[in-house]
Ligand binder design. Structure first.
Ligand SMILES: *[C@@H]1O[C@H](CO)[C@@H](O)[C@H](O)[C@H]1NC(C)=O
Ligand SMILES: *[C@@H]1O[C@H](CO)[C@@H](O)[C@H](O)[C@H]1NC(C)=O
Ligand SMILES: *[C@@H]1O[C@H](CO)[C@@H](O)[C@H](O)[C@H]1NC(C)=O
Ligand SMILES: *[C@@H]1O[C@H](CO)[C@@H](O)[C@H](O)[C@H]1NC(C)=O
Ligand SMILES: *[C@@H]1O[C@H](CO)[C@@H](O)[C@H](O)[C@H]1NC(C)=O
Ligand SMILES: *[C@@H]1O[C@H](CO)[C@@H](O)[C@H](O)[C@H]1NC(C)=O
Ligand SMILES: *[C@@H]1O[C@H](CO)[C@@H](O)[C@H](O)[C@H]1NC(C)=O
Length: 510
């Protein structure tokens, strides 16, 4: 039984016919033949006998419709949820997955289908426009940056600097915590614990082309977020990110864990700063349900036009919502709109229209953003953290695929796999729609675009160092080691929040 990708979908199992990325400069030891792409398209199903999708999406849909919630929240009794008692809770979800996850789904089909263009999204608004409150300029006393020593004055023009295009450059001062200074690292992302021999992958920072991205400074960050709250909404990579944040902050202090037992969601409070962080488990962002309550490998039903109450009813008062989603959309899923089955992905019913995942991906983000816009009292900032590619090479996830590199790519050494690039485009498109709509209500939607940066980090995954060699687990090339490259996500986050808090927020998002 595979334990590893417990809380990511088993999408990799459907990966085949990997595509060779243009790995131009890879004179590295691996022979070209074994370099099967940086994340080969997991949806290269055999399109042969699959009907083309005929989505009828031009019909107007209700803009904001609340589902009647008649199901238990997904999180409430789902077997992969763990009780929460730090530090042990933080590393426990793998174990449960062991008993629930059968990754042997052999469905291998799907058909590429262009995602339909969308109808008018603006009908049915229910919220009242929010008056922008007077500019709240919080002055942060300059604290020397103990972490990186990067000169803030070198920060480029905030109005124009694109943080997200750049390259990884050496940073001998990293990492800023270890598995002994931060208790919270999940076992299966605690790569050093499992004997990862190389440490150079820890010693990089992100350098945007046009400016510097300051290294995360826990003292300064805590001052900036004093009195604020952050909600992470998404899947295990959202949690991976949240734990990185917690570890970086652990140089100053640990949070109080106020999570409820048996809840996949996490809630932490930094009392001294009246700052709290929550993670809402919502891998599909929209309302979803299992077709088999006891078997997570069975298809999920996605209600693509319905809000997921598990988070949408709880984030209203938060200052920041960081939303992300990805790998779960590769799983076999049934798509519902208006409570009607309209199609599916990798399902067995021949009489149901087959869609690609970019259909559900697009709808899910649109509905999630719409949910946020519909929250009449929400005044916060919504940040879309874009898709972070995985990096299986030499095979698919369950057939020996691995990620054994020990240094980042230069940007001329790799390209984003096509389908990742598609998903990324969908995210940007949906973000723009939300920005436009949100601006009518005084709501800010921001881009947090990690996709390029992370596509350059094949060296940052646990690989086989997320478990003991004796454990029968496939290599993890999806999550990220902690410490590791996603610590840079908090460099970004710090900068994004700083921009918001000083209202110098009109920066480019493309
Ligand atoms: C890729 O970029 C690096 C650094 O900019 C450079 O040294 C190398 O020659 C480039 N390789 C190719 C194949 O262009
Ligand atoms: C949703 O379905 C109901 C009945 O099934 C129908 O009356 C209604 O018109 C549908 N709404 C939309 C927007 O398609
Ligand atoms: C997994 O799939 C293989 C090949 O399709 C089959 O031989 C095996 O019995 C399956 N295992 C389970 C647990 O279904
Ligand atoms: C959706 O998927 C198909 C095939 O993978 C692709 O051709 C299409 O351009 C994708 N993207 C969008 C936005 O429709
Ligand atoms: C931390 O990593 C070291 C190896 O660097 C390992 O020996 C130790 O067991 C790990 N400790 C924890 C608490 O994970
Ligand atoms: C965190 O802050 C938000 C917004 O003020 C609040 O709704 C939520 O209850 C807080 N969570 C905890 C665990 O204190
Ligand atoms: C598909 O066919 C099956 C078996 O004939 C039937 O039970 C099911 O209702 C059909 N589904 C749809 C959406 O037509």
């Amino acid at each position: 039984m595979n334990l590893q990708m417990f809380d990511l979908p088993a999408h990799q199992r459907r990966r085949k016919a990997p595509k060779v990325a243009s790995l131009v400069a890879l004179s590295i030891a691996l022979s070209v033949a074994t370099i099967i792409c940086v994340y080969s398209p997991s949806l290269l199903y055999n399109p042969g006998n699959v009907p083309q999708a005929v989505p009828s999406s031009d019909s107007p849909r209700e803009s904001i419709r609340r589902p009647e919630k008649d199901d238990e929240p997904e999180a409430a009794n789902s077997p992969e949820i763990e009780p929460s008692e730090p530090p042990s809770s933080i590393k426990s979800d793998l174990i449960v997955a062991q008993t629930t996850l059968d990754r042997n789904n052999s469905e291998r089909r799907s058909a590429p289908s262009p995602s339909p263009s969308q109808g008018d999204e603006n009908e049915g608004r229910t919220r009242i426009p929010i008056q922008r409150s007077p500019e709240q300029t919080k002055r942060v006393s300059p604290v020397p940056n103990p972490a990186g020593g990067i000169d803030h004055s070198k920060l480029g023009d905030k109005e124009s600097c694109d943080l997200f295009t750049g390259e990884w450059v050496p940073n001998p001062e990293a990492p800023y915590y270890t598995n002994s200074t931060c208790y919270g690292i999940y076992d299966h992302q605690n790569c050093m614990k499992y004997g990862r021999p190389d440490t150079n992958f820890l010693k990089w920072r992100w350098k945007p082309d046009g400016c510097e991205l300051p290294i995360f400074d826990p003292h300064q960050f805590l001052e900036v977020v004093r009195g604020k709250s952050i909600a992470f909404v998404g899947d295990s990579l959202a949690r991976n990110h949240m734990l990185s944040l917690m570890c970086l902050l652990s140089r100053v202090l640990y949070p109080l864990d106020v999570s409820t037992a048996n809840d996949e969601n996490r809630r932490w409070v930094y009392r001294e700063y009246n700052f709290n962080v929550s993670m809402f488990w919502a891998p599909y962002l929209v309302r979803s349900e299992r077709t088999d309550p006891n078997d997570i490998t069975r298809p999920f039903n996605l209600y693509l036009d319905e809000f997921d109450d598990g988070w949408t009813t709880k984030v209203q008062a938060y200052d920041y919502i960081i939303i992300s989603a990805g790998q779960w959309f590769f799983r076999p899923t049934n798509f519902y709109e208006n409570r009607t089955l309209i199609g599916c992905l990798a399902c067995k019913q021949d009489n149901v229209t087959q869609f690609t995942m970019n259909f559900s991906y697009e709808r899910a983000f649109r509905t999630a953003f719409r949910a946020i816009i519909s929250l009449a009292n929400f005044k916060g900032v919504t940040i879309l953290r874009t898709i972070a590619p995985s990096h299986f090479e030499g095979g698919v996830w369950d057939q020996g695929g691995d990620c054994v590199r020990t240094r980042p790519f230069n940007r001329n050494e790799t390209v984003l796999a096509d389908y990742n690039s598609e998903l990324h485009k969908i995210q940007l498109k949906e973000l723009r729609i939300a920005q436009e709509e949100g601006s009518k209500w005084g709501l800010r939607f921001r881009l947090f675009d990690v996709t390029q940066a992370m596509s350059l980090r094949p060296d940052g995954h646990p690989s086989k160092y997320g478990h003991w060699p004796t454990e029968k687990v496939t290599n993890d090339c999806e999550h990220w080691c902690l410490p590791g490259p996603i610590d840079a996500w908090n460099d970004f986050l710090q900068e994004l929040i700083k921009r918001e808090e000083t209202k110098k927020s009109s920066y480019r998002y493309t």
